[in-house]
Design a protein around this ligand. Structure first.
Ligand SMILES: [Zn+2]
Ligand SMILES: [Zn+2]
Length: 271
């Protein structure tokens, strides 16, 4: 039998710093998705556990408990659902947030593009999430879309938790990146950075110090070129790291090693 073809890209040390690997998207073939991730060189995957209307936080924590050497989880409330979050959900979030398999709080923040929840509800949940991250001494994963000014203001007013924060799936421009860097945050880029129209994001990446940049898939959405439009998966973060390498003028291997090391430090994955 002929051997399976090697993956297009293999970059040891890679970390996907933001993936949504819930069963409803990957129930059929999660094991194959994980195998492809390993073949692409991925060592760790940070699984985002956001609250859902059924009162659960999805499957992230279960994955992290099952395979702590591969997965780490987060727990948080996405701004889309802010209007639905009740006191009981906070009690549960506060309990889960202390679990050793939970590496960070989030994703939380503001989304003024979709406005699925009223902005004051988004802001309230965001503020409380920042306080939770501080209380449990874990870093913060921030989602922000068309809301940079308010995101910066709230982070400034509340103060960044001691373990810091990351702007995930950065989609803004260089001045916004500057403001987040000044707050002491990290920036994480997703597959969008490979898109032709993403020059403002690439310009922002150029000003992020190399020790403060992460790469992610934000799968199942936003597959990078050459998989654009298909279901995204952790293995494809290799394409994003390759684009970062191009921007940095270095090798893909080096970009994988550096961004992977940043993710391990930030999320405390080697503890
Ligand atoms: Zn997000
Ligand atoms: Zn996400």
């Amino acid at each position: 039998m002929p051997a399976a073809p090697p993956p297009a890209v293999r970059l040891p040390g890679l970390v996907d710093s933001h993936a949504h690997l819930d069963r409803d998207r990957y129930g059929e073939d999660l094991e194959e998705v994980i195998a492809r991730a390993r073949a692409a060189g991925l060592e760790r995957i940070v699984c985002i556990g956001v609250w859902r209307e059924d009162g659960t936080f999805g499957d992230a924590l279960e994955l992290a408990r099952r395979e702590p050497g591969t997965f780490a989880a987060t727990i948080g409330f996405h701004p889309h659902e802010a209007r639905l979050v009740g006191e009981r959900d906070w009690v549960e979030a506060e309990r889960l947030a202390r679990d050793p398999a939970v590496a960070a709080i989030g994703e939380c923040g503001l989304d003024f593009h979709y406005d699925h929840s009223p902005r004051d509800a988004q802001a309230e949940v965001f503020r409380r999430s920042i306080r939770l991250a501080r209380a449990v001494a874990k870093p913060l994963v921030v989602h922000t879309r068309e809301a940079d000014a308010d995101t910066v203001r709230i982070l400034r007013e509340e103060g960044l938790p001691a373990r810091g924060g990351v702007i995930h799936c950065f989609t803004s421009d260089a001045p916004a990146a500057r403001a987040y860097l000044d707050l002491g945050m990290l920036i994480s880029v997703a597959g969008i950075v490979t898109f032709k129209t993403a020059e403002p994001i690439r310009e922002a990446v150029r000003l992020v110090p190399s020790d403060r940049l992460l790469v992610e898939t934000d799968c199942p959405y936003l597959a990078p070129i050459p998989h654009r439009g298909k279901r995204n998966e952790p293995a494809y973060v290799a394409h994003t790291a390759t684009k970062v390498a191009e921007i940095w003028g270095t090798s893909a291997e080096e970009a994988a090693r550096v961004t992977g090391g940043n993710a391990r430090r930030f999320f405390g994955l080697d503890r």
